[in-house]
Design a protein around this ligand. Structure first.
Ligand SMILES: [Zn+2]
Length: 255
């Protein structure tokens, strides 16, 4: 029996309401032993913490996503450290210039404040970054890197990955693996395997090709595992072992 960790999902999504027991049972049957559910807005901080209390296989991360850094969340930033008590990470935090409801300057300020909370609490980070890798690296240069963590759904090149790995960071990949269409992503995958690759679903988003047309669920991580194994020329067991080991090392999760 393989053991997997879903390094990034959103179990607090309305889509899963009233179905969560069923969703988690399916994940268990797929070999998922731990799930890291990340908040995206202060409103959800108590919700994800409660999910972790109710379900032993669920652990949580606390943060403000770049799509949600509105004026009214700014006064909440000082509360993040307290909200992250018992969390395994600060996240989902990041920068996004492809979809940008708030100006990059605002996103950078909110990201930097949360990076500093990670540094003060010693928690690793779960980061979203689209089109702003250089800005993120510049923030690390000025304020110091986070104390470990991952870039989720990383879309950069192997060369860019090297710059983040030099800061002690790793990468989680999910449904995009099943597209099997990108030479750049395949090069990246080979470059970061075995020590810097984790698996995720980002459920309910980014369903694998094999499960399109419905909200993504953590049990679909098996499709991502199979695609990763196929692209790497490894067995699914070997990829499961490596990615689970990395999740344990980075987030301190126990199975
Ligand atoms: Zn996410």
């Amino acid at each position: 029996m393989i053991s997997l960790v879903d390094a990034h999902c959103h179990l607090d999504s309305d889509i899963f309401r009233d179905r969560l027991d069923e969703i988690l049972e399916a994940a268990r049957c797929a070999g998922v032993r731990k799930l890291i559910t990340a908040s995206i807005h202060p409103r959800q901080w108590p919700v994800v913490a409660a999910l972790a209390r109710q379900h032993p296989e669920v652990v949580f991360a606390q943060g403000i996503h770049p799509w949600y850094c509105s004026d009214d969340v700014l006064p909440e930033l000082p509360r993040l450290a307290a909200a992250a008590r018992g969390a395994v990470a600060i996240g989902e935090i990041g920068l996004d210039i492809k979809k940008m409801p708030y100006p990059l300057e605002r996103q950078m300020a909110v990201f930097t404040a949360q990076l500093q909370t990670a540094q003060q609490t010693g928690l690793p980070v779960i980061m979203h970054c689209r089109g702003a890798f250089n800005e993120m690296l510049r923030i690390f240069k000025e304020y110091g890197p986070p104390p470990g963590g991952i870039l989720h759904n990383f879309s950069g090149s192997p060369e860019l990955a090297d710059q983040f790995m030099a800061h002690g960071l790793a990468f989680s990949l999910g449904g995009v693996l099943t597209w099997r269409n990108s030479a750049k992503r395949n090069r990246l995958l080979k470059h970061i395997y075995p020590d810097h690759l984790l698996l995720e679903t980002d459920a309910p988003d980014i369903p694998p090709v094999e499960a399109r047309g419905a909200p993504n669920t953590p049990a679909n991580i098996l499709y991502n595992l199979r695609a990763a194994a196929e692209l790497l020329g490894e067995t699914p067991e070997a990829v499961a072992d490596a990615t689970t080991r990395n999740a344990q090392r980075i987030f301190g999760v126990t199975l």
